[in-house]
Design a protein around this ligand. Structure first.
Ligand SMILES: [Zn+2]
Ligand SMILES: [Zn+2]
Length: 453
């Protein structure tokens, strides 16, 4: 008997936790964290206690209470006793938080299957972020073309294009049928042909079931969606105007969207500005140099890249102020003072949580801020209000330029037509019901329910 249980990614964008069972074989498809995880109970600094395991999660039903899944140390003070693991693996699609963040609770003996590049992004996060921790696991890295034989399953991971490199979809043959799981994907990105290849292989497998992401099934109406080249030309236009007016250009973007880094780098070079990045980004770029497919600049040698450091304890950019991994790029330092003095010389990345640097940079009034991320998810987003307060305070002009990591509604319809599954379970969406408008055989899953297939 084959069944699929949906424990996350239902009526929400992200947080995928999908259980595939084939007789005695049980694997999870992703084990991510919901974006709005428990926001009825946890907000800002009121968060589950670190080191308190799952107790603070189970209290509000934020993770499923399932035996044989979690490690002994995180079950400590919960009423779910530890027992030997009874899962054969987790199939991870990509390194975004809503797909991997809760791996840290999963029993160490359960193997985690993931793209080699995905593991790389997770390692980089663990190295450069105090909050990233995916736990110790038996990580088994694969590349497209590899076949995973796990219990009675034969799984084929296939690359897809998404807003982070090393994203995969899965084609899984069970003892009775074939299941396709998309993860997150798009066809309008710079490597859309990878997604098309996945869809074609999925079609050839004649799947019974497709578990399909539907992020944009609801929001497409009220959001503007650009392609990556459109983002690039928008950025160039802003830089051109700013150079004429002798103004600064500052931007924020998703930290691991390497297509977007390339877009900003190329725009910087074309407009004669040096791209200024955070040490974390320098670390990521340097580590990614080995991957020639990504054609990214070397932060240690490229004349068009410099690194911005916040002043820390000594206030003098002393080496000892910084983490060991950060120090390597100090030779590439550009200071707030330099950015301030030469408005047209730089294209500066500055994340929202580093906005206090604006007090030192003090951009020329009438300078530009490019928000190169998706719009906030809620209408009354407090961060957005604060962001605009800062922009107003410093007289910065706001531009939003972003290309989505997800398929449009029209692309989804086409994808379903190509793959042609007998049945579709929409996940990673608030618009599961709307799939019925674009495809004939749709089952919007209910959270916590298991479906025999
Ligand atoms: Zn996602
Ligand atoms: Zn994603």
């Amino acid at each position: 008997m084959v069944s699929i249980g949906f424990f996350g990614g239902v009526d929400e964008i992200g947080g995928n936790k999908i259980l595939l069972e084939d007789g005695d074989t049980r694997v999870w498809l992703d084990f991510g964290q919901s974006f709005d995880m428990g926001t009825e109970y946890y907000i800002n600094w009121l968060q589950p206690r670190r080191g308190n395991g799952l107790r603070d999660f189970f209290e509000f039903g934020l993770l499923p209470k399932i035996s044989g899944l979690y490690s002994e140390d995180v079950l400590g003070e919960t009423d779910l006793g530890y027992c030997d693991p009874c899962f054969d693996g987790v199939f991870v699609t990509h390194a975004h938080a809503d797909h991997v963040n809760h791996l840290k609770f999963v029993e160490k003996k359960v193997p985690v299957f993931l793209g080699k590049g995905t593991r790389f992004f997770m390692e980089a996060m663990e190295k450069t972020s105090a909050f990233a921790d995916y736990g110790t696991h038996d990580y088994q890295g694969f590349r497209t073309g590899d076949v995973l034989n796990v219990g009675s399953l034969e799984a084929h991971p296939v690359h897809v294009d998404h807003s982070i490199p090393a994203a995969y979809g899965y084609i899984i043959h069970t003892s009775e049928n074939t299941i396709v799981y998309t993860g997150d994907m798009r066809v309008h990105g710079t490597r859309g042909e990878m997604t098309k290849e996945f869809l074609q292989l999925a079609r050839e497998a004649e799947p019974d079931v497709m578990i399909c992401e539907g992020t944009r099934m609801v929001r497409s109406g009220k959001r503007k969606h650009l392609s990556e080249p459109e983002v690039a030309s928008g950025v160039r236009e802003v830089c051109e105007q700013a150079s004429k007016d002798r103004k600064h250009v500052i931007f924020t973007q998703p930290s691991r969207d390497m297509d977007r880094w390339r877009t900003f780098y190329e725009a910087a070079v074309e407009s004669g500005r040096v791209l200024v990045i955070h040490p974390k980004t320098a670390y990521l770029l340097e580590r990614l140099l080995e991957d020639e497919h990504l054609s990214l600049p070397n932060p240690l040698t490229d004349d068009w890249v410099r690194v911005y450091y916040r002043r820390k304890r000594s206030r003098t950019y002393a080496e000892k102020d910084y983490y060991v991994w950060e120090r390597k790029y100090l030779d590439r330092l550009v200071t707030a003072e330099e950015v301030k003095r030469f408005p047209t010389r730089y294209l500066v990345n500055l994340d929202f949580y580093n906005f206090t640097e604006l007090i030192d940079i003090r951009p020329e009034p009438g300078s530009h801020f490019i928000y190169s991320m998706s719009e906030p998810f809620t209408d009354e987003d407090l961060e957005e209000e604060v962001l605009h307060n800062w922009l107003d305070h410093f007289g910065l002009k706001y531009h939003q330029l972003h290309a989505s990591g997800h398929m449009s509604r029209a692309d989804l319809r086409e994808a379903l037509e190509i793959v042609n599954p007998d049945k579709v379970f929409p996940v990673h969406t608030e618009g599961a019901e709307r799939f019925k408008d674009i495809y004939g055989f749709v089952v919007p899953p209910v959270k916590g329910e298991t479906y025999q297939i």
